[in-house]
Write a protein that binds this ligand. Structure first.
Ligand code: EPU
Length: 421
């Protein structure tokens, strides 16, 4: 199992490109199931989660070809309509095959995802929406078994604007009979990317990018192609890497509109943000980072996927910051590890009170999930001495060659095989 050995204290400086968005790819890939033939997804990141999705789709009979960042998915010969426990337990986003399989083939058997590293993550809204569209759903031995002759359009209102439930329902509704309305839909950029792909496939979707989506079902979709949006969470993580090391970094391909909330908090903290035509630059060379409170929210609010990284930055800020997660109440596994590096953080309910300290000191720390790991790497970049981050397989799920990118900016991170677990 790999670990990172980080020699901290290097200011980051330079230019780096942002990869395609993991969470967009994980929705776009199953969408290919909705049509027969070859779809092409450009700017697909080479991540372990993407490879897990490829494996899941290939078990169903989809052929995939990955060339550079172009992923071709050929759906001509689909034989199985199942997502087994072995893959779903590795990656919850496997649930995205449920809507397309059910809508196009009338049958899907998908393992229930279960809990995740930071607590329960239910899928009741996915199931409620499909049931409203007429699906018969049974739970058997840990599996969801969903059947229908053909889904019918329905009026669906979500209590919470769930990204996954919106994506699944949207995909299912494209081939349903009649019109579906999704009220309180998630409007994260990854959902907009998915909706635009479905439209290119021939779907009729209105209200894209808003909280009310209207979908007029069609009889058939055709394979198509789309450019995956850039990864706003990778971009945000790299921007914080610049800030926490008092560096100057330009991110090529970062999308300002997807990052407003993060950029605005960075500016409040005292960092200079410069927006160029195709890049975003963060200049923290003269910055005295100030504490800034953050409360996560659905898009366009501050993303929960950036909460752990923000806490890392606030650990070294001047003052006290309250960081609240309103999306995932228990997502604070990074805190005890940051404390091992010398951070002063206390968690109460879904809020972390972060009292900035003058310095962090390197130590061994343990990754527990993807974004927690990112926050430990950020802290390690700024800590005095050597920080070892164990279990970096979590990072490999969602960051494409993060150590290479950071090293190209002047960081000193070595990936080392380790028997430590
Ligand atoms: N929720 C329900 N019932 C449901 C679905 C969700 O109560 O049926 C609740 C969740 O418990 C949570 C909230 O709704 O409190 C939002 O969850 P959502 O469904 O939006 O999350 P998701 O689709 O499972 C995606 C990302 C996550 C990201 C969240 C929130 C993908 C593959 N995953 O998950 O990304 O944190 O949206 O923005 O798109 C990550 O990349 O590290 C990651 C965890």
């Amino acid at each position: 199992m790999d670990k990172f050995v980080i020699t901290g204290g290097k200011k980051l400086n330079g230019k780096v490109a942002v990869s395609g968005a993991k969470n967009a790819s994980l929705a776009l890939m199953p969408a290919a199931l909705l049509a027969r033939g070859k779809s092409r997804l450009y700017n697909t990141p080479r991540l372990n989660d993407v490879f897990t999705m490829i494996k899941l789709l290939s078990q169903m009979g989809i052929e995939s070809r990955f060339e550079d960042d172009q992923l071709e998915l050929n759906t001509v010969d689909i034989k199985y309509y199942e997502a087994p426990y072995e893959l779903v337990k590795k990656m919850r986003a496997s649930i995205y095959v449920l809507g397309p399989l059910l809508s196009r083939y009338g049958y899907a058997k998908v393992s229930l995802p279960g809990g995740c590293a930071w607590g329960p993550r239910p899928i009741n809204l996915h199931l409620m929406a499909l049931q409203k569209m007429g699906a018969q759903i049974e739970l058997e031995q840990g599996y969801i078994i969903a059947k229908t002759k053909r889904l019918n359009g329905a009026k669906i209102s979500f209590d919470i604007p769930s990204v996954g439930a919106t994506g699944n329902t949207l995909m299912a509704a494209t081939l349903a009979k009649g019109t579906t309305v999704i009220n309180n839909a998630a409007c994260e950029p990854e959902i907009t990317n998915l909706a635009n792909f479905l439209i290119k496939m021939g779907a009729k979707i209105f209200g894209v990018g808003t909280t009310i989506l209207e979908i007029e079902g069609v009889d058939e979709l055709s394979p198509s192609e789309i450019n995956t949006i850039s990864d706003r969470i990778e971009a945000g993580t790299l921007l914080i890497a610049a800030a926490i090391t008092k560096g100057l970094v330009e991110l090529v391909g970062a999308n300002e509109y997807h990052l407003y909330s993060v950029l605005s908090k960075l500016e409040e903290s005292g960092v200079k943000v410069i927006i160029n035509k195709d890049s975003i630059q963060v200049d923290a060379t003269d910055a005295e980072i100030k504490s800034v409170d953050v409360s996560t929210a659905v898009f366009p609010g501050f993303p929960t996927d950036m909460q752990a990284q923000w806490i890392a930055l606030m650990s070294l800020a001047n003052g006290t910051a309250n960081v609240t997660d309103t999306i995932y109440f228990d997502r604070f596994n990074h805190v005890p590890e940051l404390v091992r590096l010398g951070a002063n953080i206390v968690v109460n309910d879904n809020s972390a009170r972060v009292v900035g300290v003058k310095k962090l000191i390197g130590a061994k720390v343990m990754s527990t999930d993807l974004r927690a790991s990112a926050s430990l790497v950020l802290a390690g970049l700024a800590a005095e001495g050597i920080t070892e981050v164990l279990r970096v397989y979590h990072l490999d799920r969602g960051y494409q060659k993060i150590e290479e990118k950071l090293n190209s900016l002047g960081a000193d991170i070595q990936r080392v095989q380790s028997s430590e677990y």
